[in-house]
Design a protein around this ligand. Structure first.
Ligand code: PMP
Length: 428
């Protein structure tokens, strides 16, 4: 496949946009080559500026769980746009989507909408600090919670892809309030809590990690965190920006039956428009302005187009109770196929998967935390990535990312992908 026009467009973009992109991982720096410029997308497929058709395993990094240009979402946005695109005033629509989200997710009474996952996590931390009157937070190495200052400490995703898990521009003062723990290591967290008794406001975690590849929580790990938080007056924050409305209607809380104190959302909840949200029980949420002293606001928060898209998406997920089973089955089928062909071709690998989040690591050892995720062979990953691109398959351009499976994928698409992986892995 040729990507000539994409290369030309990238060269133009580089003149006026830093690195030619508005979010770093898009630039293909970790895998080499130039990014693909997309023209349109429908269902499971992308159509690029060179006229290529690609099967999409990124799906806008998660939101398009039902496929691109999902008709009810598109229709809802068009209809709303005719009535005005922003008011900065309350609308009935906001209550409707809030009520639906609260009914779908366990253990939350109220939800506030923002414009991105970053904003959701940033606001959740401020709320936790305001509620507990404590300053410190615990985050896990390799987890990504957006690009706000407190979280750019050993962050995953693009931050690690670009070798800057600790970003310049984050002050020492901010960094010292973020304590770093090891994913899946409860003893490590207990030691941190012990050493900072009475000072920790919150522990924030991707309860199923997706920003160092997909890493499931070890048996008992989340339960242990829950107990530790309850015993020490610490709020447990589940960052469900990636997992929310993807792994189950009620996200990881429902999947594993564990209650978080605050939950953050993004991606699917906006149906592909810029939306994030954070939610908790009433006692906590009532600390937010205008009811309480913790300030948080947004000119475009609750934007009618974004809320219309999100509502259409959540309604679709609420109405079809088989969606999450189908996603599980399709991804399990893909996993089995990849496992079969990579073994047949004597490739060294590990596959991690939870529901419709899956990642292939080119290392034989179990991948359970950031350290083990970092051991993957990046040279093999590059060959894998570019080989698949030539076959018309688009996976994330970094070994530290999860694949996001969409229900729009057919079993023919999955077979095509497995065959392509067979072909590509013969060339390693
Ligand atoms: N939390 C998690 C778990 C994420 O995966 C992401 C984005 N990939 C974010 C937060 C930040 O969301 P956004 O990019 O919408 O700011």
């Amino acid at each position: 496949m040729l990507y000539k026009r994409s290369s030309q467009l990238f060269a133009e973009a580089e003149k006026v946009i830093p690195g030619g992109v508005n979010s770093p991982v898009r630039a293909f720096k970790a895998v080499g080559g130039t990014p693909i410029f997309v023209k349109s997308a429908k269902g499971a497929y992308l159509y690029d500026e060179d006229g290529n058709k690609l099967i999409d395993y990124i799906n806008s990094w998660g939101p398009m769980v039902l496929g691109h240009a999902y008709q009810p979402v598109v229709d809802a946005v068009i209809e709303k746009a005719k009535l005005g695109t922003s008011f900065g005033m309350p609308t009935e629509l906001e209550t409707e989507i809030a009520a639906l989200a609260v009914s779908m997710v366990p253990n939350i009474d109220k939800i506030r909408f923002v414009n991105s996952g970053t904003e959701a996590c940033m606001s959740a931390i401020r709320l936790a600090r305001g509620f507990t009157k404590r300053d410190k937070i615990v985050k896990f190495a390799g987890c990504y919670h957006g690009h706000s200052d407190s979280f750019l400490i050993q962050a995953g995703s693009g931050a690690v892809t670009f070798g800057s898990p600790n970003s310049p521009g984050v002050t020492e003062g901010t960094a010292k309030d973020t304590l770093l723990a090891k994913y899946n290591d409860l003893e490590n967290v207990k030691t941190l809590v012990e050493a900072n008794k009475g000072e920790i406001a919150a522990i924030i975690i991707e309860a199923v990690a997706g920003n160092m590849g997909c890493i499931p929580p070890a048996k008992g790990f989340l339960e242990g965190l829950r107990e530790l938080c309850t015993a020490n007056g610490i709020l447990l924050i589940f960052d469900e920006v990636m997992t929310g409305f993807r792994l189950a209607r009620g996200g990881v809380q429902e999947l594993y039956g564990i209650d978080a104190d605050i939950v953050t959302f993004g991606k699917v909840i906006g149906g592909g428009l810029p939306v994030g949200a954070f939610a908790a029980r009433e006692e906590i949420m009532n600390h937010l302005a205008p009811l309480g002293p913790v300030y948080q606001a947004g000119t475009l928060s609750g934007n009618p187009l974004a809320m219309a898209a999100g509502l259409a998406m959540l309604k679709a997920l609420d109405n079809d109770r088989e969606i999450f089973t189908r996603l599980e089955e399709k991804t399990a089928y893909l996993e089995a196929g990849i496992d079969r062909v990579l073994k047949a071709n004597n490739v060294t690998f590990t596959i991690n998967r939870v529901g419709s989040m899956i990642s292939v690591h080119f290392d034989a050892n179990p991948v359970t935390d950031f350290q083990t995720a970092a051991k993957g062979d990046n040279e093999t990953f590059k060959k894998f990535f570019h080989g698949l691109l030539q076959e018309g398959i688009y996976i994330a351009p970094s070994a530290y990312e999860t694949w996001f499976i969409t229900d729009a994928l057919t079993y023919e698409d999955l077979d095509f992908t497995i065959n392509a992986i067979d072909k590509v892995s013969k060339t390693f």
